[in-house]
Design a protein around this ligand. Structure first.
Ligand SMILES: C[S@@+](CC[C@H](N)C(=O)[O-])C[C@H]1O[C@@H](n2cnc3c(N)ncnc32)[C@H](O)[C@@H]1O
Ligand code: SF4
Ligand code: SF4
Length: 424
């Protein structure tokens, strides 16, 4: 099967009025913090990069894609662009790409990443015929990079200042080189931030051109509340045009970027259709694997009101369903937990006990049981709060960052667990 890469509306100006793209928002966490980015989600009304109204599991995303293609058949490319970074969520990203490739063999696939952790996945990206990758490279001088990035988390270690910018830059340039060796079309986004990197963007273009980048996008910085840069004004269009004149000496330019949301769908520049956004909402309310029948949510609790028990301490699970008429949760039953002390077998037994549950709400859980349960299709959320609020959240696909356990919070004010959208 030959995939016609000229149908990509972002990389090919001639296609942008005819073909649309869809972003599947499966990657909530990020492994760096850019001083201009706010990944708050559950927002339908803001048109800015990184924002999404819902986060989906890979199977929910495939279900949503099927619906979106029915409503918008001109979609030629499926992209993953957040709301965090695809490779801070590599399992979700790669699983989504595999599922889409299997079902849509002639669909163009695209990912947009900061480049920190893409390297280990490049071979498989090529195997899956991911033809387009966008790398965001804002600086090739770590001093300037240190003004842009608050922190970088790489291989479980936290970096700040020029060390952070240096690690990020090395990873980005190595990834670009490898992507080009393997024949992937590479776009580089550089965010034009007045007073920070505006005089440096041409240097970025020169460097990435030498490594074989195909196209360059001078993306005007978008002023975003609750970020370190919130007091920096957006660049004047003349500043961006003048930088484009400089950078086009090195590379062809993308000039029609609409600074898309992480759940953008349709023709570039047009607003998301209400009908398709409704499908996104519906997909987010389904079990992680929509084909499975999982009508219940389980919770661990000492007294039956609050989520206040660690999974390992639970002697029973409280099982909730949603009353379709009143849209209120109700307690269906209490199920005994398998006895402690039998290692991984114990977590497999828990998964069996909860095989009709789409999620388990706990106050604490180890990585190993969480992995077993998630592999068995059960979302595990570490929360503080009233069980019924969280159960409603699960059935409505709502952002539950207000319920995330304080101890699980990170510098980015989000969590690395469940649907919170944390910093990886
Ligand atoms: C939300 S990111 C997701 C992909 C990936 N994490 C990355 O940064 O490349 C998609 C694009 O939006 C850009 N972006 C995020 N916040 C922005 C802002 N406030 N102004 C301009 N571009 C922004 C990112 O730099 C990136 O090029
Ligand atoms: S907007 Fe970016 S991530 Fe989305 S399809 Fe276009 S190039 Fe790919
Ligand atoms: S890498 Fe992307 S998602 Fe992460 S903070 Fe930067 S812009 Fe936001």
């Amino acid at each position: 099967m030959t995939i016609s890469i000229e149908k990509h509306p972002c990389f090919n100006d001639a296609s942008r009025h005819t073909f649309g793209r869809i972003h599947l928002p499966v990657a909530p966490k990020c492994n760096i913090q850019c001083n201009y980015c706010n990944r708050k989600f559950d927002c339908l009304n803001e048109n800015r990069p990184g924002v999404t109204s819902k986060v989906l599991s890979p199977h929910q995303a495939l279900h949503y894609l099927d619906k979106a293609i029915e409503l918008s058949p001109n979609i030629s490319v499926v992209g993953i662009a957040g709301p965090g970074d695809p490779f801070a969520n590599p399992e979700e990203t790669m699983e989504t790409l595999r599922l889409v490739r299997e079902k849509y063999p002639d669909m163009l696939l695209c990912v947009a990443t900061n480049g920190l952790n893409v390297m280990p996945y490049i071979e498989e990206l090529a195997q899956l015929q991911v033809s387009h990758v966008t790398l965001t490279i804002n600086a090739v001088d770590p001093e300037i990079g240190s003004e842009i990035y608050a922190w970088v988390r790489h291989r479980k270690k936290m970096y700040r200042d020029t060390n952070a910018a240096k690690i990020l830059l090395e990873s980005q340039l190595a990834a670009l080189k490898k992507l080009k060796e393997i024949g992937v079309t590479a776009k580089v986004n550089a965010i034009v931030i007045p007073g920070v990197n505006d005089k440096h963007v041409a240097e970025v273009a020169k460097t990435v051109a030498e490594l074989g980048a195909d196209i360059f996008n001078c993306l005007p910085y978008y002023n975003t509340a609750e970020t370190v840069f919130e007091n920096i004004a957006e660049p004047h269009p003349e500043m961006v045009a003048s930088i484009q004149r400089e950078t086009e000496k090195f590379l062809p330019q993308m000039k029609h970027c609409a600074r898309c949301r992480a759940d953008a769908i349709g023709i570039i520049g047009q607003e998301n259709s209400d009908e398709i956004m409704k499908e996104l909402q519906e997909a987010s309310k389904m079990p992680r694997k929509p084909a499975e029948d999982r009508p219940y949510v389980a919770a661990t609790s000492m007294e039956g009101v609050l989520i206040n028990q660690h999974l390992g301490e639970a002697e029973r699970f409280l099982i909730y369903a949603l009353d379709k008429e009143t849209e209120r949760p109700f307690l269906v039953e209490s199920r005994p937990a398998p006895p402690a002390g039998s290692g991984t077998m114990r977590w497999e037994s828990v998964a069996a006990v909860l095989s009709d549950c789409r999620a388990l709400l706990v106050n604490g859980v180890g990585e190993s049981p969480k992995k077993v349960l998630v592999n068995n299709g059960i979302d595990v959320l570490t929360l503080d709060g009233v069980i019924e609020d969280a159960v409603i959240g699960i059935f409505s696909g709502r952002d539950m960052s207000n319920l995330i356990r304080i101890s699980k919070m990170h510098a980015c004010k989000t969590s690395c667990s469940g649907t919170g959208g944390g910093c990886g």
